[in-house]
Design a binder for this molecule. Structure first.
Ligand SMILES: [Zn+2]
Length: 217
């Protein structure tokens, strides 16, 4: 079987005798490869601008870009408004991402410690990163790493990934015993995993991903 990803979509070529089950497992195994190819083909997301809506867990933030006029570059949230002070020539998107990364550390660290404690363990360092194809990881030394882009997903998805990685402190594999731990720690895991399969690649389009392609209202 071969898969091709082009600008008009994904083409699967199947030998005549392939069974539905073989096709299905081939497609499942290729899922992250297809997502990666589609991401490469997609044009870069448009730069963030004043007035854009941004995803933040279950909330929507309104981006306000203020010229710096001699002030230092800064980004801060007040209520549902994220205000970025950008010196001329500075990309507001870079400042927005910096803000999300700091928020991710603030929001995720206590959740990860609580999830680890609930399982009778203890997390080591909590790191915020931006990996290409995973949302979290657990090192052999107990460092839990998370993608800042989890803040662009519903809160339940973030909590699922935190629970998943905390469970790896107990079991570093994806064995049935691991999944039993996850089911115990986070009963709604199937829905969160389905959400990530469906929407995960789009989080790489940036904080305005939910509204991309929609006309401004
Ligand atoms: Zn895992």
């Amino acid at each position: 079987m071969t898969l091709r990803v082009g600008p008009s979509g994904v083409r699967l070529t199947v030998p005549p005798r392939a069974s539905a089950r073989q096709i299905d497992s081939f497609l499942r195994a290729s899922e992250s490869w297809v997502a990666e190819q589609r991401r490469r083909l997609a044009p870069a997301p448009p730069p963030l601008r004043d007035g854009d809506r941004l995803a933040y867990l279950d909330d929507v933030l309104l981006l306000e870009v203020a010229p710096a006029r001699g002030r230092r570059a800064a980004a801060g949230r007040e209520g549902s408004r994220l205000t970025v002070t950008a010196p001329a020539g500075d990309d507001p998107g870079r400042l927005v991402e910096g803000w999300y990364r700091r928020e991710a550390a603030r929001v995720i660290a206590p959740r990860a410690q609580a999830a680890a404690a609930a399982l009778g363990g203890q997390a080591g360092r909590i790191a915020i990163r931006d990996p290409r194809s995973r949302w979290g990881s657990c090192s052999s030394t107990g460092t839990l790493s998370f993608s800042w882009r989890l803040l662009l997903a519903p809160e339940t998805v973030l909590d699922y990934v935190v629970a998943h990685e905390a469970c790896h402190l107990r079991r570093p594999d994806h064995s049935p015993a691991f999944w039993a731990l996850v089911a115990d720690a986070f009963p709604a895991h199937a829905g969160a995993r389905a959400w990530l399969r469906e929407n995960g690649a789009r989080l790489h389009r940036g904080p305005a991903w939910r509204w991309e392609g929609l006309s401004p209202s």
